[in-house]
Design a protein around this ligand. Sequence first.
Ligand code: DQA
Length: 143
Amino acid sequence: MRVLVVNGPNLNLLGTRRPEVYGATTLAELDELCRRWGAELGCEVAVFQSNHEGALIDRLHSAVGRCDGIVINPGALTHYSYALHDAIEAIAIPTIEVHLSDITTREPWRATSVITPVCRASISGEGTAGYRRAIEMLAATPS
Ligand code: DQA
């Protein structure tokens, strides 16, 4: 199983951006953890981060035929990007949404995710462990 882990805007700042909310783990460390967790489950993990909506969409499109599952934390695009919603719907690859923080208990505008309807599951508020659980869920998904 090949899993793509996608992180959106501002997640390149993990480790220094509001560590009390998002934790102290850097993106490089998170990427390495995801690769390791994937390897433990027999999954090959590729990682991608961009601050640009179009680059994220292009990466999702290029996953077709090359990837069996996607873990995505779209950052703030979660709350308003219908383009990302449509991309996830269009590629039809099992996708799990992850958020480090609990988006349901913060500012009211964060509680809405426009991508949840096109994702198999949504994990929020479990920190980096949420990425692990998402990879586990994909590894257990029948192909
Ligand atoms: C986030 C939550 C979003 O509201 C925020 O814009 C982020 C990170 C999270 O992982 O908790 O950039 O997706």
